[in-house]
Design a protein around this ligand. Structure first.
Ligand code: ATP
Length: 242
């Protein structure tokens, strides 16, 4: 059954149309990698799903319920949680306090502080540390944990690797593996194609606001996604080379 349905979504920044006629459906347990070059519209799409940026046209429904115009704090209660680019933690608050904040606008469910600490064991010793004093990897784990505390049906992850060393990114992804195998539905914006395709069940590539490739991950090669990334994808793009 469809969990998330996105139909003909247009999202604007003033005169600039950042997302153009985007449609896709997600089922429970899907892990969607949303890829594309800088400025392709990935973050704008994610923010519009989270309610941080209302679309100019189109429809977003979760579990069959229209939420196109629902404000972001109510979307959290409906089951959508965003881990924004840059993490946006409260740096003067502790890990535990940040995690508890995730509960306030969320809904009841299986995610508790203890479960977050068992998914991200590197946070246990940092429980009472202010997040401003944490390493990048610890901050990212806290941001993901905070989103999970709202017990989302869908977790939106925007560039979890940004600003982290390759070693730390490996660790964050190893921790994400627990989520990926526990049936959590995830939309993952990731610049690193190999990494994204390594964990995703589905890949959508955006170019200049449009979807130029949408495929089950196992039915598409890295080469095909790279072509779509640069606008050379044969089936879906008018600007095909040759
Ligand atoms: P990146 O990987 O660089 O984050 P992206 O695929 O996430 O890129 P967006 O950040 O969604 O792309 O940007 C899509 C388009 O919207 C770009 O042309 C960008 O310049 C523009 N844009 C994004 N945010 C704003 C904003 N707040 N005001 C005006 N234009 C914006």
């Amino acid at each position: 059954m469809t969990l998330l349905s996105v139909q003909n979504l247009d999202v604007r920044h003033g005169l600039l149309q950042a997302v153009r006629d985007v449609s896709f459906d997600l089922s429970r347990g899907d892990v969607l990698a949303l890829v594309g070059a800088n400025g392709a519209g990935k973050t704008t799409l994610l923010r519009s799903l989270a309610g941080a940026h209302l679309p100019a046209a189109g429809r977003i429904a979760l579990n069959g319920q229209d939420m196109t115009k629902v404000p972001s704090h109510q979307r959290i209660a409906m089951g959508i949680a965003l881990v924004p680019e840059g993490r946006r933690l409260f740096s003067q608050m502790t890990v535990e306090e940040n995690l508890l904040l995730g509960k306030t606008s969320g809904r009841p469910g299986d995610w508790t502080i203890d479960r977050v600490f068992s998914a991200f064991p590197n946070l246990v010793a940092r429980r009472h540390a202010k997040t401003g004093h944490l390493s990048g990897g610890e901050q990212q784990a806290t941001a993901i944990g905070r989103a999970l505390m709202s017990n989302p049906d869908i977790l939106l992850l925007d560039e979890v690797s940004l600003g982290l060393s390759p070693l730390v990114v490996d660790r964050v992804y190893a921790q994400l593996q627990t989520l990926l195998t526990s049936g959590t539905t995830i939309i993952l914006v990731e610049q690193d194609l190999s990494r994204a395709m390594g964990v995703a069940s589905r890949v959508i590539c955006m170019l200049e606001g449009r979807v130029v490739l949408d495929s089950p991950a196992e039915q598409v090669t890295r080469d095909e996604v790279t072509k779509a990334y640069f606008g050379l994808h044969r089936e879906n793009n008018e600007r095909v080379a040759s």
